[in-house]
Design a protein around this ligand. Structure first.
Ligand code: SF4
Ligand code: SF4
Length: 266
């Protein structure tokens, strides 16, 4: 009986999602994108007024009145997509993962209806780097610094047969002493700040730190709470940011590989 089950499983098609379909995939991320051609001053103001985390805001840039979108603050509530009159769409491609904090922010000239920010990393570039990355093992210590566990649920999915992070030579380890990278979730509560610092100190150099989720990137929905000292970069240096609330497994893989690609390119 058990033998039959194992045989069927081994003979069945592999559930593994190809890396090409994974890197930069924005489906399910709930990250918004702006259709610049449809942006008007009234819509921009409405979006800034309704966004619950101020991820969308009006910003003056020199003489230009701009709409600013900070993915690190976005919790993917979808309000802007609903109210955007077509000027806001849910992204189906999303590669602003594992990037610098500056690169998590986009800016549109409202009157000129044009984006002013540099494009996101090309997913093809990240995909192209996979082969060199595959030759190196990477050990990750995941650190919950006050998360709601939403981010952990997505991180846990990375090790299932569908996403199979291990195919990239990336493993999770139990001790920061054995890790190359800290993957930190949560807004860094007061009680966890010292633990985050201690874990950071324990990782041997050269170490990488990735802030995960809106909470890790900006404090997310906990910004202004007396109970947090975060975000992560308020406590330890951060090499890359992965937005989302929570980020999808595709965003996590894209972000981890992008941080590695940037480190190897230095
Ligand atoms: S989806 Fe993000 S940017 Fe849009 S309203 Fe919600 S938090 Fe703000
Ligand atoms: S980013 Fe969202 S899912 Fe992740 S810990 Fe914060 S609230 Fe939870």
């Amino acid at each position: 009986m058990m033998g039959n089950v194992i045989e069927q499983s081994l003979r069945g098609p592999s559930p593994l999602i190809p890396a090409e379909a994974l890197i930069g995939n924005g489906h399910g991320s709930r990250m918004p994108g702006i259709v610049a051609a449809l942006l008007t001053p009234a819509i921009a103001q409405k979006l800034a007024d309704l966004c619950p985390t101020s991820a969308l805001a009006i910003q003056q840039s020199g003489a230009l009145r701009c709409l600013r979108l900070s993915y690190g603050r976005c919790i993917g509530c979808g309000k802007c997509v609903e109210a955007g009159e077509g000027a806001v769409v849910a992204e189906t491609q999303f590669s602003r993962c594992g990037v610098t904090k500056e690169q998590t922010i986009r800016l549109w000239d409202i009157e000129g209806r044009a984006e002013l920010t540099v494009p996101a990393p090309d997913p093809l570039q990240v995909r192209g780097a996979i082969h060199s990355l595959l030759q190196r093992a990477l050990n990750i210590r995941q650190l919950d610094a006050g998360s709601c566990n939403g981010c952990e649920a997505e991180i846990a999915a990375l090790t299932n047969p569908y996403y199979d992070l291990e195919r990239f030579g990336i493993h999770f380890v139990a001790s920061p002493k054995h890790a190359d990278m800290l993957l930190v979730t949560g807004p860094v509560t007061r009680n966890m700040a010292e633990a985050v610092k201690a874990a950071y100190e324990a990782v041997p150099a050269p170490k990488l730190v990735v802030a995960v989720g809106a909470c890790g990137c900006s404090g997310g929905i906990f910004v202004g709470s007396h109970a947090i000292t975060g975000p992560v970069d308020a406590v330890v240096p951060v090499d890359g940011y992965i937005p989302g609330c929570p980020p999808t497994p595709a965003m996590l893989v894209t972000g981890i590989l992008e941080v590695l690609r940037r480190r190897l390119a230095k």
